[in-house]
Design a protein around this ligand. Structure first.
Ligand code: FE2
Length: 207
């Protein structure tokens, strides 16, 4: 019989599998970028998080609980950064898909049109948020109350801690695009919005 008491205590955060093959987003995002971004950067956030919380009172918390528990606490910044980056990246992979872009599902499209006028206007607002985020960060489509909104966050920050519900995200850290686009962040962002963005995932997140 396995010792379940011991098993219960080992609650490591895991690196979830990519929802597609490493070359699935090529040529918009190359397999080389995905291999590094997922296999090195994302993995490193998960591994570092597990080391930082090992044996502490935070070890039993879910990822979202950890993020909320450590947000804005200077002495917990390293834990927050690695927990939020773990969450943000898992959400980013799911915000993309091969043969993405195009028209959002009807319910989401209707909400987008009510807020932004057109899907293109929504994409434009996302692109502006993504390209004007100074330094590293993220551009998000979120639901705030009953309203859609585009927001940007710096470094590991996430709308989760501001009471908003993320629907979709674009990673604008240089590691997300530099191999493929060098300094041309706008080209990466527009290609993602036109060809990879997973509107069905965003629609599912509406709940
Ligand atoms: Fe990233």
């Amino acid at each position: 019989m396995p010792n379940t008491d011991v098993l219960e205590e080992i609650k490591l955060h895991i690196l979830p599998p990519l929802p597609y093959a490493e070359d699935a987003l090529d040529p918009v995002i190359s397999a080389d970028t995905l291999r590094l971004h997922y296999g090195k950067h994302h993995k490193s956030y998960v591994d570092t998080l597990n080391k930082l919380i090992d044996g502490s009172e935070l070890a039993g918390l879910s990822l979202e609980q950890l993020i909320n528990e450590t947000a804005s606490k200077a002495d917990k910044a390293a834990i927050f950064n690695n927990a939020a980056q773990t969450w943000n990246h898992t959400f980013y992979w799911r915000s993309l898909c091969a043969k993405g872009g195009g028209e959002p599902p009807a319910a989401l499209k209707q909400k987008i049109e009510a807020t932004f006028g057109t899907v293109d206007a929504c994409k434009k607002e996302l692109a502006t948020a993504a390209t004007t985020q100074f330094g590293s960060g993220w551009a998000w489509l979120v639901l705030e109350g009953d309203k859609l909104k585009v927001v940007k966050t710096g470094n590991a920050e996430t709308p989760l801690t501001r009471g908003a519900k993320p629907l979709l995200v674009i990673d604008v850290w240089e590691h997300a695009y530099y191999l493929d686009y060098q300094n041309r962040r706008a080209d990466y962002v527009n290609a993602v919005l036109d060809k990879l963005v997973n509107w069905s995932f965003a629609a599912d997140n509406l709940g």
